[in-house]
Design a protein around this ligand. Structure first.
Ligand code: WE7
Length: 158
């Protein structure tokens, strides 16, 4: 695969322990199932540095496992370089979006398209809500939204 045809995406939420690791793992699965792993660089990150180094939330891991998906991700904060190196930075809610746009303003040559992952939802649920203070059902809802949106996003980049 020529380097020029590689696409890249980082999924971002507040702490990189609940929503964005689910989105990253779901997108990896879809890309693997489509046999296009060598065409994609995939990562996830946080707007905050609160959880840096932490594993994903146990409820998120259980939800993913239930759907046959594993992840070894550790939380990391989005960096200035991410705005230059990634084609897409896809986030979950309006707070993420405004935090990311603020950070992008301090980067000279921002290349990344900063968007809500929910903008790719065929069911038009724009916001993927923080399940941190929620239940297992809220994590399941995040998973379902991520699955629909990641499918829509992958198709949009064909
Ligand atoms: C969260 C969170 C989430 C909330 N993951 N944390 Cl105690 C805190 C403070 C600043 C940044 C982070 Cl990340 C955290 C831990 C990790 N998904 N969601 N906190 C959250 C939700 C609703 C109202 C307030 C908070 C801090």
């Amino acid at each position: 695969m020529a380097a020029g045809s590689t696409k890249s995406v980082s999924f971002v939420c507040l702490g990189n322990i609940c929503r964005s690791p689910i989105a990253e793992a779901v997108f990896r699965k879809l890309v693997a199932d489509a046999g296009v792993e060598d065409k994609w660089v995939i990562d996830s990150a946080a707007t905050s540095d609160w959880n840096t180094g932490s594993s994903p939330d146990a409820r998120g891991l259980a939800c993913l496992r239930k759907h046959g998906i594993e992840t070894n991700h550790r939380a990391q904060q989005v960096t200035k370089e991410d705005f230059i190196s990634f084609d897409y930075i896809l986030c979950m809610d309006e707070n993420n979006l405004s935090d990311l746009k603020k950070k992008a303003n301090s980067v000279k040559n921002c290349r990344a398209k900063i968007e809500l992952l929910g903008s790719y939802d065929p069911q038009k649920q724009l916001i993927i809500k923080d399940p941190y203070y929620g239940s297992d059902a809220d994590f399941e809802k995040v998973y379902e939204q991520c699955m629909r949106c990641c499918k829509g996003f992958l198709e949009s980049t064909d």
